[in-house]
Design a protein around this ligand. Structure first.
Ligand code: FAD
Length: 631
């Protein structure tokens, strides 16, 4: 989300959650000699003094000069090949704000984000002598005058290690230099990222040529369970690295599982933000892709990119052969079963697995109307002139309430248990649309820049996009109708709570206009014959009640346990939620179990992370994935 603009100054200090170089490698060497550094996690954005800012926006030439000078200092530190000291790093890292250094595989073989110069020193000291990064070369420098108090030069650079071609991005802010009146440009945020393994460089042209694999192979490098967008994008990323994967899914056609969702479903984010790597949506795809667009496109994706997908097949168990270092995976297709041996096993089975989470409301048996979970709701026509209740105020609840209203229900009332974060889709578009639009830059480039900012800063960055005047009116209208709004914190909601919010694509206005009712904060007591009764003694008559109360979110980890068994799953880390450095846990990274991986998340997240996981799998195969410095 680095394409988000930033301004202002807000500081939140939370208990220190950052430990320095705690190191761990599941299949390689273990490092446990990390040192904790007492740097509190300080969430703030730079607030630069006017006297330090350039009087006019810097030209490309001026920005390049600043970036090059900074890069020369970094080069000098790296050139020695020795562990950098705090003093050395202080010459390139910000003093006026606690700086960040994020690494995606290039130096640590892990997803890391150190905060503060002591922690950054602890992160870099063991890895610089080991990885030997050299030759940082500036590729681009852009001056980004975000606001009156936050302006920086974004330095984009390439560098190399003996193992990999890497990319770097640094956000340089002007600070007081040594002499009175001097300006020193130092990095507030640095991101280093592995872009390609040497000798195994990605080549998207490989996707155009069918491989010799096929669905009948008995031995594969990678077996992926799940042909949703996560499984498909990972298989494609592996193919660009000349690595074959077999995907297994129970569905009859790729994309079919989307058809289980209510008919009016559309993505709540634009098709530009939700692109898949390597193949654009067909031109006819609407701005918010519908179910049929998504399902058809996933099928097309699998065919056009020559991915091996075994359909109508299920994986119920997998056994790890410790001696051979590979998995034996029985695959059931129709009435037959065969066992495939795979070096790596990836679960791309979806975070929720479509398992309904339903509150246990007494009296369901006496209710004469229809009751269902949102997973069983199809369309609203059937409920024309009927009184409808939708329990739940996240994305599905809003979508279904709007569908019922538009289908002519006599009344629709949403039941809100607790305050809900509502975020105008247009505000999200304003924050991300610079990178993701019809004429946007290549996705890999856009995604890299969007990854630069630490996840911990998402809330502060999104706060720079306050609701428009028009939306302030909608928010006030919602509250007037009794709808309780939660403070906006998109990072928390997506990466930690895994949903429970509404990206407003139109339903909020229907609530404001009184077309959809709201009953908020009063617990449901029981069903009656013809209504839902509440703890405050009121009753809401209904012909149909839809529980849009979400899915069981533990399903993916539980699913892995079920398939590989307790012994093999020993040590499996949590899946989803943020680790103490702000990266999502358990997916696209070491998860504690040898040769087992998980792939999941929203389209943009899986798009970026698929290549990172593909590189880890390939590196592991060739014995290159050594000395992982993980949290
Ligand atoms: C209302 C709503 C709006 C949303 N809007 C957006 C949006 O705008 N943008 C966005 O990025 N995301 C959005 N999402 C989230 C999006 O739906 C998910 O992020 C996405 O579908 C996850 O893809 P996946 O490939 O990880 O999992 P899934 O799509 O769930 O695919 C998992 C696959 O695994 C298969 N499978 C599972 N277990 C097995 C097994 N044992 N054997 C064989 N096959 C198996 C399933 O059949 C399925 O095909 C939205 C979600 C909702 C509910």
């Amino acid at each position: 989300m680095a394409s988000i603009l930033v301004s202002g100054h807000t500081t939140t200090t939370v208990p220190n959650g950052v430990t320095a170089t705690l190191v761990n490698g599941k299949d390689d060497h273990l490092h446990t000699d990390g040192v904790d550094a007492p740097v509190p996690l300080t969430l703030e954005l730079p607030n630069i003094f006017a006297t330090l800012l350039p009087s006019t926006p810097l030209s490309e030439e001026e920005s390049s000069k600043i970036a090059q000078e900074w890069l020369d200092k970094l080069s000098a530190i790296l050139q020695t090949g020795a562990a950098p000291s705090t003093d050395e790093l202080s010459s390139v890292l910000a003093h006026s704000i606690v700086p960040w250094w994020k690494d995606h595989l290039s130096l640590t073989w892990a997803l890391r984000c150190a905060h503060g110069i002591p922690n950054i020193t602890n992160l870099l000291a063991p890895v610089i002598p080991l990885r030997k990064p050299v030759a940082p070369a500036l590729t681009k420098a852009i001056y980004i005058p975000m606001t009156g108090t936050l302006q920086f030069v974004q330095a984009q650079f390439d560098f190399e290690t003996p193992l990999a071609k890497c990319k770097g991005v640094a956000c340089l802010i002007p600070e007081q230099g040594v002499e009175e009146g001097d300006v020193a440009w130092r990095a507030w945020v640095v991101m280093t990222q592995m872009a390609d393994l040497k000798g195994h460089e990605a080549d998207a042209q490989r996707l155009k040529v069918p491989d010799e694999g096929g669905e009948e192979q008995e031995e594969v490098d990678v077996l992926i369970i799940g042909a949703g967008q996560s499984g498909l994008q990972l298989a494609a990323a592996l193919r660009t690295l000349s690595f074959r994967a077999l995907i297994v899914d129970r569905v009859t056609h790729v994309g079919d599982h989307w058809k289980r969702v209510y008919e009016s479903f559309k993505l709540h984010l634009s098709k530009y933000y939700c692109q898949l790597a390597y193949l654009p949506w067909p031109e006819s795809t609407p701005f918010f892709p519908k179910i049929s667009d998504i399902a058809n496109f996933l099928d097309q994706y699998a065919h056009e990119l020559h991915l091996n997908v075994l359909l109508e097949s299920e994986v119920k168990k997998a056994e790890f052969d410790k001696k051979k270092g590979s998995w034996n995976v029985p695959i059931r297709t129709g009435g037959t079963e065969r066992t495939v041996r795979a070096e790596h096993l990836v679960f791309a089975t979806g975070l929720s697995g479509y398992t309904p989470a339903m509150p246990n409301v007494p009296g369901k048996e006496i209710f004469k109307g229809e009751v269902m979970h949102s997973l069983d709701y199809r369309a609203g026509e059937k409920y024309k002139d009927k009184h409808a209740i939708v329990v739940g105020t996240a994305c599905s609840g809003h979508d279904i309430a709007a569908d019922l209203y538009r289908s002519g229900a006599a009344s629709v009332t949403m039941i809100q248990r607790k305050a809900t974060m509502v975020f105008a889709e247009k505000a999200f578009r304003a924050a991300t649309g610079v990178m993701y639009n019809e004429n946007g830059p290549p996705l890999e480039y856009a995604d890299r820049l969007s990854e630069v900012m630490p996840n911990q800063l998402t809330k502060l960055l999104m706060a720079q996009y306050p609701p428009t005047e028009e939306y302030v009116v909608i928010e006030a209208g919602l509250e007037k109708r009794g709808f309780r709004l939660l403070e906006r914190d998109l990072g928390h909601i997506i990466f930690e709570r895994q949903g429970g919010h509404y990206l407003d694509v139109g339903c909020s206005q229907l609530i404001v206009d009184g077309k959809i009712g709201v009953k908020s904060g009063v617990p449901i007591k029981n069903f009656t014959e013809s209504a839902l009764a509440f703890e405050d003694g009121t009753e809401l008559p209904a012909d149909v009640i839809v529980f849009a109360t979400g899915h069981n979110t533990l399903t993916m980890k539980e699913g892995i346990h079920k398939v590989v068994g307790a012994e093999s799953a020993k040590g499996l880390k949590d899946i989803w939620g943020l680790d103490k450095e702000g990266h999502v846990k358990g997916v696209y990274r070491d998860n504690g179990v040898q040769n087992l991986w998980a792939a999941a998340g929203p389209f943009s997240f899986t798009r970026y992370n698929s290549k990172l996981l593909a590189m880890q799998i390939v590196a592991s195969h060739f014995g290159l994935l050594q000395d992982r410095f993980d949290v």
